[in-house]
Write a protein that binds this ligand. Structure first.
Ligand code: AMP
Ligand code: GLY
Length: 425
């Protein structure tokens, strides 16, 4: 098969790494890709968001199967346009991607199908939002309805903060159309975990759980980011919790989407709060997590390609995947300043030696090549990933590799998986 992966981050590097190992894959393209992905795929300079460009590329290169990494092209209808052009695609239609692209859509679906989630209301009018916030009190969570690159959620500790966030979003100044409506949601107490399931429109195949670290600095301090590290399995997400999540959240969602005439195909990523009453969903994403995908791919023992095809073709009912019981962990190395302003173009050295540490894989998230040199080309730049029988050993291996990387312009957290390491002692 000739396969095209759409995207150019660490998630897409991990997907390309797994797909390139499949005997089913005879030729692999990635658009736009990055310097690391170029080691396993032919990178083509078409932006992930360029829907027409991606369709043209897939048609021109006679691609048999397109795997879409990020949410923005999915929400913009890339899977629909590829299907119209007669191409097979992994990823949901724009209508099904509303599970991520509209927080209000998801909350309404949860409410009407009794899927456990926080209490909420949806507003387009700032005064009404403000009176609801006053009536509910704080802490409370204010969310822009649409895609906002991970910046559309304000967990407000005070009523004033929540009111300001709601007014700001609804003014349209902050997120444009994505903030034209807001969801105001109950603050959920518990521990966060991410869970992934492949869906084929009718059935769902559980993958595994993971935990990530959203804050920039050690001790889960500092600003929110796209994720500074992740690990899988997450001890809190045991087999019983996975079963409850499938029965109470994932399967009812898949059924509801099918009933609505917008079947969900692709990977459903549930952002869960595990509290005293069990798992509650606080958001869906319609794609793999980044950097969670990196640790999932390291644990996956089966060929990923047939599973992705079964998701596209409707064959997941009798499908099975094998996972390593070991723990995979990834440390994100980011450019200093991230998630705010940062510089691009600094040189990264030592990658070869770091990649030789036992159990280590280095996925590139934001790099580009300049001759033989590798340059930083984004906020999150590298995902230094390791697998080992225990989380402590996986962490030791990952940081051993981090310490071999010579990149003064970068930084990383030193405490990835602190919860899991603490539990294992
Ligand atoms: P997001 O940008 O959608 O990934 O959300 C950012 C973070 O906000 C999540 O990782 C959670 O930590 C937090 N969050 C979202 N919704 C809630 C909620 N209802 N209660 C508590 N925390 C939440
Ligand atoms: N790591 C969080 C996300 O992919 O949204």
């Amino acid at each position: 098969m000739r396969i095209l992966v759409v995207g150019g981050g660490g998630r897409e590097h991990a997907l390309c790494w797994a797909i390139s190992a499949s005997p089913l894959c005879t030729k692999l393209y990635c658009a736009p890709g990055n310097a690391g992905i170029a080691q396993v795929a032919d990178c083509v300079g078409v932006a992930a968001e360029d829907v027409a460009g991606q369709v043209a590329l897939a048609t021109r290169e006679k691609i048999d199967f397109v795997v879409v990494g990020p949410e923005v092209p999915l929400a913009a209808g890339l899977a629909d346009r590829l299907a119209e052009a007669g191409l097979k695609v992994f990823g949901p239609s724009a209508k099904a991607a509303q599970l991520e692209s509209s927080k209000g859509f998801t909350k309404e679906l949860c409410r009407s199908h009794n899927i456990p989630t926080g209490a909420y209301e949806r507003f387009t009018d700032a005064d009404k939002a403000v009176s609801y916030i006053r009536a509910q009190g704080a802490p409370i969570v204010v969310k822009a309805d649409g895609l906002a690159a991970g910046k559309g959620v304000v967990v407000a500790e005070t009523v004033d903060q929540a009111m300001e966030a709601a007014r700001d979003m609804l003014s349209g100044n902050r997120f444009g159309a994505a903030g034209a409506s807001v969801v105001i949601e109950e603050f959920l107490v518990g521990e966060e975990a991410s869970f992934f399931a492949l869906c084929d429109g009718e059935h769902a195949l559980p993958l595994v759980g993971a935990q990530d670290h959203k804050r920039a600095f050690d001790g889960d301090k500092g600003p929110n980011t796209g994720g500074m590290g992740a690990y899988s399995p997450a001890p809190i997400f045991d087999a019983a919790m996975q079963q409850r999540t499938m029965d109470e959240i994932i399967l009812p969602t898949v059924r509801a989407m099918a009933q609505a005439g917008t079947p969900f195909k692709g990977v459903l990523y549930a952002g869960l709060m595990i509290g005293p009453e069990g798992p509650k969903i606080f958001e869906y994403n319609c794609r793999f997590g980044d950097p969670e995908c990196q640790v999932l791919m390291m644990r996956l023992k089966s060929d990923i390609v047939p599973a992705l095809i079964a998701s596209a073709d409707g064959g997941l009912k009798h499908f099975d995947l094998r996972w390593s019981d070991d723990t995979a962990l990834t440390v994100v190395m980011a450019a200093k300043g991230y998630p705010d302003a940062y510089q691009k173009g600094s040189e990264i050295r030592g990658l070869e030696a770091a990649g030789k540490v036992e159990g280590v894989q280095i996925f590139h998230a934001g790099t580009k090549s300049d001759g033989n040199r590798v340059l930083a080309n984004g906020g999150r730049v590298l995902n230094v990933s390791a697998i080992a029988p225990t989380v402590a050993e996986a962490r030791a291996r990952a940081y051993r590799a981090v310490d071999l990387i010579d990149w003064p312009e970068g930084f990383c957290r030193r405490d990835i998986a602190w919860r899991a390491v603490g539990r294992q002692k």
